[in-house]
Design a protein around this ligand. Sequence first.
Ligand SMILES: CC(C)(COP(=O)(O)OP(=O)(O)OC[C@H]1O[C@@H](n2cnc3c(N)ncnc32)[C@H](O)[C@@H]1OP(=O)(O)O)[C@@H](O)C(=O)NCCC(=O)NCCS
Length: 209
Amino acid sequence: MPIIRDYVSTDLNSLYAIALATGDCGSDASRQFHGAELLGHVYAAPYAIFEPELALVIEDSHEVAGYCLGALDTRVFERLLNLRWWPALQQRYPLTPVGGSHERLIGDADIIQMIHHPSRSPSWLVKAYPSHLHINLLPRLKGRGHGRSLLTAWYGRCQAMGSTGFHLGVDPRNTPAIGFYEAMGLDSLFSPSTTAPDNALWLGARFAH
Ligand SMILES: CC(C)(COP(=O)(O)OP(=O)(O)OC[C@H]1O[C@@H](n2cnc3c(N)ncnc32)[C@H](O)[C@@H]1OP(=O)(O)O)[C@@H](O)C(=O)NCCC(=O)NCCS
């Protein structure tokens, strides 16, 4: 039976592998990338490294096969990454490929843009839902209740740490994940301003304290 436990630093390579194996709207993204670590650089590793208290993994008899990672205060996390995470990656992955390097695939190019122009969650969202998360399971664990258990454990941790609410962004094409979030009782969140629509669909919940 898979178990949910705290992240430890030796899990980091598994987090990178899971980010890639689930990075195309929940499916394997490896054909879109030469840089196998790129997705993990954005969506997994910094959370585990800088916010290990909010990093939970699920492990079966083989290995770590899923995670729920998050940031308690999204704005603080964004500022921390601007100082301590993105600069080294910007050097390692220049916007314009240097001679002799691999041709970039569309996935590489998109993520390298994000490394140089990190996204910021909208202000209207972080005000009411200051924390945020990413949850990803390998296919062998999907559809067996482990997503519910992992997200419930993460909620508990986040609430105990004093958060007033959390949000997450999902690609509108990822309809299975949206179905999951709705089944988990999350609300769809919309900008009060309709003049600046976002590419992501936002969902979230507030905690009662
Ligand atoms: C999304 C994900 C975390 C869900 O975890 P899961 O283990 O497959 O989901 P569970 O089996 O725990 O399902 C929990 C509930 O959601 C419901 N649910 C799950 N998928 C659903 C779907 N596609 N449509 C409607 N409901 C769904 C289940 O019926 C269940 O409801 P119940 O507990 O009331 O019976 C997992 O499938 C996953 O990691 N997918 C790939 C990565 C991904 O897309 N991550 C999200 C990126 S934003």
